[in-house]
Design a protein around this ligand. Structure first.
Ligand SMILES: Nc1ncnc2c1ncn2[C@@H]1O[C@H](COP(=O)(O)OP(=O)(O)OP(=O)(O)O)[C@@H](O)[C@H]1O
Ligand SMILES: [Mg+2]
Length: 350
């Protein structure tokens, strides 16, 4: 009876709890929320600003610009929850916003977790999601959700390879017959790239810029492979020695140089995942290739860089930033089929 009610109200919700962005999908409705994973709190009271509404887009605008009395926090780092209290508050706000029907029962929530997460970290995600208002919590591996969302034939006896490069983590996996054959989950992604840009400017220009400015510069000028037309931009920062604001002109070649190390970390994760595949599956990948997703898949030339370095075809998923939540939605819609890949909070989490 209860499950019939559940089905009737369509209260199944998929959450891609990302380091940079949280996406929520509702079965039967599609993606209903896509907001930065950011919360702004009043330091003295510990309360969320703007009457509990300084979450997501609103909080993101305050990053790097808030006075001392305000903490603008990202409750996740490198793919895992680092601030449980704020993660719970953020999820509660997002789930409420995503559920339009006031009378709907507490939803069943399928949340994605990176392959690297420890049992303790997975438990923390379950608990935060529960306390944030979920009736039941299920979890699925982020890379599997990505592969399903990209439409790869993961259940078939053929190799499917996915590489999800997000803000905090890069998830690489090869699937065959519904299971991961080889997988790597590394702390590399957009955040590490932004830090690399900050470090580069400090080293080569004695110029200090914030992480948000570094991200804007990386999105604007960044690339992983030479561009058909290299460009340059003027940026503003603070002189490390004099402490005064000044300008500098940075080229796209320089930004690419700054990204060399994080790009290599992504490539290493791809190569070592390939090393973990047997010869038959590796041979499949010569035809099937690698599908790239996550926000950093939009970095110009990342597909070409990985293709040249691995010798495999690489393509970017159709909508790389929504691939994971789309995959989680597919799992919820066909839970009977994907049940073995889904962990629930009342089962042991491995
Ligand atoms: N056009 C673009 N070019 C390059 N990078 C981009 C672009 N748009 C977004 N990004 C980057 O994508 C990253 C966010 O990607 P995504 O939303 O997939 O991460 P996430 O899922 O929140 O993080 P994770 O999966 O690592 O926990 C950010 O670092 C952002 O700078
Ligand atoms: Mg992600």
């Amino acid at each position: 009876m209860l499950s019939r009610l559940f089905g009737y109200f369509g209260c199944d919700v998929a959450v891609d709890l990302g380091t940079a962005n949280t996406l929520i999908g509702v079965v039967g409705e599609g993606i209903v929320l896509d907001e930065p994973s950011v919360v702004a709190i009043d330091r003295a009271s510990g309360r969320i600003l703007s009457g509990g509404c300084a979450v997501g887009h609103l909080a993101r605008q305050m990053m790097g610009r808030a006075p001392e009395s305000i903490d603008v926090v990202r409750p996740l780092a490198e793919g895992v929850v680092t601030d449980y209290r704020q993660c719970e508050a953020m999820l509660r706000y997002f789930l409420r916003k995503a559920r339009r029907r006031v009378l709907a029962p507490r939803p069943r929530v399928l949340v994605t977790v990176p392959g690297r997460a420890t049992p303790v970290e997975k438990r923390a995600v379950f608990n935060s999601t529960h306390r944030a208002g979920a009736g039941a919590v299920l979890a699925i591996d982020q890379a599997l959700a990505a592969a399903i969302g990209a439409g790869l034939p993961v259940a078939e006896p053929v190799a499917s390879m996915v590489c999800d490069v997000g803000g905090g983590t890069t998830e690489v996996a090869v699937f065959s017959m519904g299971d991961a054959v080889a997988a790597r989950s590394v702390r590399a992604g957009g955040d590490a790239m932004d830090q690399a840009v900050v470090d580069y400017l400090l080293r080569h220009y004695s110029l200090r810029i914030g992480l948000a400015a570094a991200e804007a510069l990386r999105i604007d000028l960044g690339s992983a492979h030479p561009l058909p037309q290299e460009r340059a931009h003027e940026i503003r920062g603070i002189d490390r020695v004099g402490g005064l604001p000044r300008r500098a002109t940075i080229t796209s070649e320089e930004v690419r140089q700054a990204l060399a190390e994080p790009l290599e970390a992504i490539l290493d994760a791809v190569k070592s995942t390939l090393d973990g595949c047997g010869p038959e599956l590796a041979a499949d990948l010569v035809d099937q290739g690698i599908v790239l997703c996550g926000g950093v898949a939009l970095l110009p030339g990342l597909d070409r860089y990985l293709a040249e370095q691995t010798g495999l075809p690489v393509r970017v998923a159709q909508s790389p930033q929504t691939t994971v939540v789309q995959g989680a939605l597919v799992c919820l819609e066909h839970l009977d089929r994907w049940r073995p890949a889904v962990a629930s909070s009342d089962e042991d989490v491995h």
